[in-house]
Design a protein around this ligand. Structure first.
Ligand code: FMN
Length: 212
């Protein structure tokens, strides 16, 4: 494979200011619905970037589980690497890469923990195996073998064989309140269309075209 020979033109469609909704959350909802309706694999997957105490960024994919006027929600282990980063620095960045649609959305925002009531309600809606997996995994920590992970899962299976699986106190959601969005649509000759929404003084969104 010769990397410098790999390129394609982005020709699907342009993006103009008049097509964009005034509220970026509504705009994101619209693009998310489009990505889902054309059956993109994992259309709700987004990359979350955090920064640790030494200023070292790291990223990972999570699934978006709620999107409304309050912001974006994902669920995770509250002792994971990302959770430790967020504890130190709640400014995070999210990224959706819908490459088949020649689109990306970049989001900056502030993360805060969801309430136990909200966590409980979402946890209860998950399949039992996912609930047990949450209990079995010390996410981000070293584990010596796959066998050990399977054994931890089996142990949780028998521990919680009767009735409901309780919510682990180390598992929950983060709400990301967005402060900036960037909507990007690929264009011909690398002249892409890109627009940012930033929060203004009265919490209203300011829309600007950005050079690609
Ligand atoms: C498609 C996909 C979806 C994922 N969804 C989640 C998720 O919703 N929550 C989560 O904690 N990890 C999810 N993961 C795993 C994370 O990418 C990551 O490996 C894990 O959260 C540990 O990250 P950390 O050590 O940086 O905290 C997903 C991975 C992929 C590839």
């Amino acid at each position: 494979m010769k990397l410098d020979d790999i390129r394609r033109e982005y020709l699907r469609s342009g993006l103009s200011r008049s097509e964009l909704l005034a509220d970026p959350i509504e705009q994101l909802t619209d693009w998310l619905n489009q990505a889902h309706s054309v059956e993109l694999v994992d259309a709700t997957a987004m990359t979350v970037a955090t920064v640790d105490g030494d200023g070292q960024p790291s990223q990972r994919v999570v699934l978006l589980k709620r999107l409304d006027e309050r912001g974006l929600v994902f669920y995770t282990n509250l002792k994971s690497r990302k959770a430790i980063d967020i504890e130190n620095n709640n400014k995070i960045s999210l990224h959706f890469g819908w490459l088949q649609l020649e689109r990306q959305v970049k989001i900056q925002g502030i993360a805060s923990k969801m309430s136990v009531t909200e966590n409980l309600s979402y946890f209860a809606s998950r399949p039992k195996d996912s609930q047990l997996a949450a209990w079995a995994s010390h996410q981000s920590k070293p584990i010596s073998s796959r066998k050990l992970l399977n054994a931890a899962f089996e142990q949780m299976k028998s521990k919680f064989s009767d009735g409901q699986v309780p919510l682990p106190d180390f598992w929950g959601g983060y709400l990301v309140k967005p402060t900036r969005f960037e909507f990007w649509q690929g264009g011909g000759a690398r002249l892409h269309d890109s627009f940012s929404y930033c929060t203004g003084p009265k919490d209203n969104w300011q829309l600007e075209r950005l050079a690609p």
